[in-house]
Design a protein around this ligand. Structure first.
Ligand SMILES: C[S@@+](CC[C@H](N)C(=O)[O-])C[C@H]1O[C@@H](n2cnc3c(N)ncnc32)[C@H](O)[C@@H]1O
Length: 271
């Protein structure tokens, strides 16, 4: 059965505001990989579990036609509101039952999403949708982020570690797949031509206010909020105070750098 999270409208609007596209290094990895396998112009790409379109947007300059799909109507609503690309459409659909013709797709992507899917059902759909020699790219960032600012990085990262520890009490068991670097998703890819790139460290400049917003998009925080609303709200206020104290400032509009660890799985369907 599919895991139903990310359904609330407020969660989706936070998502639209605070979630980011895959880092440039991950995008380069994906586009270099397909550059060696697909011939240009690239035709049709499908981004599964697209949320509000963070990973869908990166496909726009490369593909003639792009479809983003997600099981959550609230996420697709936000994606549609923000869509200004004539070659992109969004549709509500489970990853395990895609509204796409057989052998019609050149690239299937899933960004920070595949761990939520029923993986057997998803890979079956990937195989059905892909053209022969079509490609699959699955990526995510993992939760052990580092927070950097001048000589305060160690203290800031320690606070974030404690935030993660607290939020782990509200963790869905599917997050185990992320913590183990998508190994089981890699092993289950039904193609011989496949590649697992892990521990790609990337750096992302961000305002502290946006980082606090990002924390609130985590499924763990959303579970906390649902179960213990007041405590979850207090937790964010306290976390903000702790960061501000370490930084020695009074406003969250301060530039920090968040270091991410990324994983990317790449595969090609045989002829
Ligand atoms: C963490 S979000 C990632 C969104 C976006 N791709 C990104 O890069 O930020 C995971 C998304 O997967 C969607 N999702 C979860 N299970 C799904 C399923 N079985 N089929 C399709 N989408 C699903 C959720 O609704 C959510 O929008």
């Amino acid at each position: 059965m599919a895991t139903r999270l990310f359904e609330g409208k407020t969660h989706a609007s936070y998502y639209q505001k605070y979630r980011f596209s895959p880092p440039q290094e991950v995008q380069d990895l994906i586009f270099n990989y397909i550059g060696e396998r697909l011939s240009k112009p690239y035709g049709f790409a499908v981004d599964v579990g697209c949320g509000t379109g963070q990973g869908t947007k990166i496909l726009v300059p490369y593909f003639e036609k792009i479809l983003g799909t997600d099981i959550s109507p609230a996420q697709i609503g936000e994606a549609n509101n923000a869509n200004d690309s004539p070659n992109v459409t969004y549709s509500v659909s489970p990853a395990e039952e895609m509204p796409v013709d057989d052998a019609s797709v050149d690239l299937v992507t899933a960004c920070a999403a595949a761990h939520w899917f029923n993986i057997e059902g998803f890979y079956k759909e990937v195989d059905r949708m892909l053209k022969p020699r079509g490609c699959l790219a699955i990526c995510t960032y993992v939760s052990d982020m580092e927070v950097h600012y001048k000589d305060r990085s160690e203290q800031l990262t320690q606070v974030f570690k404690e935030v993660q520890e607290k939020l782990s009490l509200y963790e869905n068991e599917k997050l185990r797949i992320v913590k183990t670097g998508y190994k089981e998703l890699f092993d289950a890819i039904p193609y011989a031509d496949k590649k697992w790139v892990e521990n790609m460290r990337t750096k992302m400049p961000m305002l502290l206010s946006d980082f606090l917003g990002l924390i609130q998009t985590f499924s763990t925080f959303q579970n906390f909020l649902k179960r213990e609303t007041e405590k979850a709200e207090e937790f964010i206020v306290t976390t903000e105070k702790r960061f501000l104290e370490i930084l020695g400032v009074s406003s969250t509009e301060i530039d920090i750098e968040v270091w991410l660890s990324n994983v990317c799985l790449l595969a090609t369907k045989p002829k």
